[in-house]
Structures are given as C-alpha cells and as structure tokens.
Design a protein around this ligand. Structure first.
Ligand code: FES
Length: 107
C-alpha cells in the first residue's frame, strides 16, 4: 500500500493498493477530478503535477514527458499524471495553470 498526498487539495491522502498504476489512474480510482485533455495519451500537458516529495518513487520519465520537458512545457520537478507510475509514497501538487475551476485548492 502506498500513499499519494495532494498537498493543495487539502492534503488529501489517497491509499493505493496496486503500485505501478499511473498517477492519473490512481486519482480517478479515488474519484478525484483531474484535468486530462488528450485522454491520457501523452499528447498534452494538462495532467501535469509538481512533485514535492518522493520523486524516487515514480517511474522513469517517458518519451512524451521528455519531449515536453525539452520545450519547457514541463518544468523541473513536474510530471505527467497519465505517464508517471507510482511505486511508493509521493506528495504532489496541482500547478496553477491546470487547476479545475470547480475544485477548491488550498494554496
Ligand atoms: S492527459 Fe494529455 S498528456 Fe496526460
């Protein structure tokens, strides 16, 4: 069992049984709304998140993530939720530019 903490959603904690799933899959399993405009195909950056802790507990960057990082669409410490797989505890936050208007963020 691993834990995903979403810092700016009131430190919401999600307990994940199946490590190896994507962050997007995990948040959706817990009914947390998350932007994912391209349908989790690695073709946009709307699912991005910032890693505050536990970067070592995420899978290696995919080609899609490296492509966006190269053009600065992903900043240092940011990952795509539809690409990054969870292997252990992480603490993340939703960047301002991809926040959903109907959710209340705590930052
Ligand atoms: S949903 Fe588009 S890159 Fe993740």
């Amino acid at each position: 069992m691993v834990k995903i903490t979403i810092e700016n959603l009131g430190k919401k904690e999600l307990e994940v049984n199946n490590t190896g799933n994507t962050v997007l899959s995990c948040v959706q399993t817990h009914f947390v709304d998350w932007m994912h405009a391209c349908g989790a195909k690695g073709r946009c950056t709307t699912c991005k998140f910032s890693v505050l802790s536990g970067n070592e507990n995420l899978s290696e960057m995919t080609h899609a993530e490296m492509r966006y990082k190269a053009v600065n669409e992903l900043k240092e410490g940011q990952r795509l939720a539809c690409q990054a797989r969870v292997m252990g505890d992480i603490i993340i936050r939703v960047p301002h530019e991809v926040k959903l208007p109907h959710l209340t963020y705590t930052d």
